[in-house]
Design a protein around this ligand. Structure first.
Ligand SMILES: Nc1ncnc2c1ncn2[C@@H]1O[C@H](COP(=O)(O)OP(=O)(O)OP(=O)(O)O)[C@@H](O)[C@H]1O
Length: 307
């Protein structure tokens, strides 16, 4: 049975439609990714799942509870790391963990979390004296201190250095192996690809696909991705017209061509015919990002492709 069920969720802010008919379900022990660019509606979706926001329409069930009506029952069983963590500036790290632990009937030993998240040296440091990455690690530790059955993590590793990211990923994998259900909101392809058992790709408030990372990539298998910077002005319609080309995406810096067969030769010949050359040329096999581009017709924000 699913631990989380979301059916036909709608949420708007005034005239702005943030979430438009989103449905998905998450099984016990899964690491379920919600992946999409800035403003896609990811946070709004999980805020509805955690009962922070009231949906305009749709049904949500978490561990069999309605997140709005059964907030108290869920509060004890669901750990939430939201994008912004507001703690009193003078609160020390150990005080914060002890305080949060006191809210739950069966908390984990918060001292273990101090070690796990590399915060042992900061245990007596005030919250406002922590670095951004340390605050981030504390917010994850606080989401886990209640020994939750479900954890919702929004932008898990944003701002963390590579070592802290890997350590955090290990913690999440261990939780999942222990049967904890994890919902991970991210715009980072590598994080989604490495951690998630399934991913909902979300774009402009809508789920465009839900599948395993491998199956999402398989949807664009056989396709290649050619990126280059044109040496001069280029009407990309000449590329669009090529039989090898599936899609052309223009970004401020480069042109990305998705296609099949002899894509490189065909594009090169077309560029020569139109008196343009390709610089910084790069040919790649399909990735999760390509699946995203193929399914939505556009790239994730370039700055969202952190690795
Ligand atoms: N409180 C709010 N009032 C008005 N509009 C909002 C509010 N919160 C979000 N929005 C808008 O709703 C849309 C979805 O926002 P949301 O924060 O859910 O996206 P997101 O995918 O989580 O983005 P990000 O990756 O930037 O966090 C955006 O266009 C955003 O501007």
């Amino acid at each position: 049975m699913s631990v989380i069920e979301v059916a036909n969720l709608h949420k708007r802010y005034g005239d702005k439609v943030a979430v438009d008919d989103v449905s998905f379900s998450v099984d016990r022990g899964e690491i379920f990714g919600i992946l999409g660019p800035n403003g896609a509606g990811k946070s709004t979706t999980v805020e509805c799942v955690t009962g922070v926001r009231r949906p305009d329409a749709g049904l949500i069930s978490v561990l069999g509870f309605d997140p709005r009506q059964d907030r108290e029952a869920l509060r004890r069983r669901v750990g939430v790391q939201l994008q912004k963590c507001h703690l009193p500036p003078q609160l020390k790290v150990s005080e914060a963990l002890r305080l949060y632990a006191s809210f739950y009937p069966d908390p984990v030993d918060w001292r273990g979390l101090l070690d796990e998240f590399g915060l042992a040296e900061q245990r007596d440091t005030n919250y406002n004296h922590l670095s951004g990455g340390q605050q981030q690690r504390l917010s994850i530790a606080l989401a886990l201190v209640g020994n939750p059955e479900v954890v919702v993590l929004d932008e898990l590793t944003t701002g963390l250095d590579p070592r802290a990211r890997r350590a955090t990923w290990d913690v999440i994998k261990r939780l999942s192996a222990d049967g904890v259900t994890v919902v991970l909101v991210t715009h980072m392809m590598d994080e989604a690809e490495r951690l998630c058992s399934r991913i909902a790709l979300i774009d402009a408030g809508r789920v465009v696909a839900t599948d395993t990372p491998a199956n999402l990539v398989a949807q664009v298998n056989g396709e290649q991705r050619l990126s280059f910077r044109p040496s001069g002005p280029l009407d990309t319609a000449v590329l669009d017209a090529l039989p090898e080309v599936v899609k052309v995406i223009e970004t401020p810096d480069q042109v990305v061509v998705i296609g099949t067969g002899e894509l490189l030769a065909a594009v090169n010949a077309a560029l020569v015919r139109h008196g343009t050359a390709a610089t910084e040329l790069r040919l790649d096999q399909a990735t999760l990002e390509d699946a995203y581009v193929a399914l939505t017709g556009r790239a994730l924000a370039q700055n969202g492709l952190d690795s």
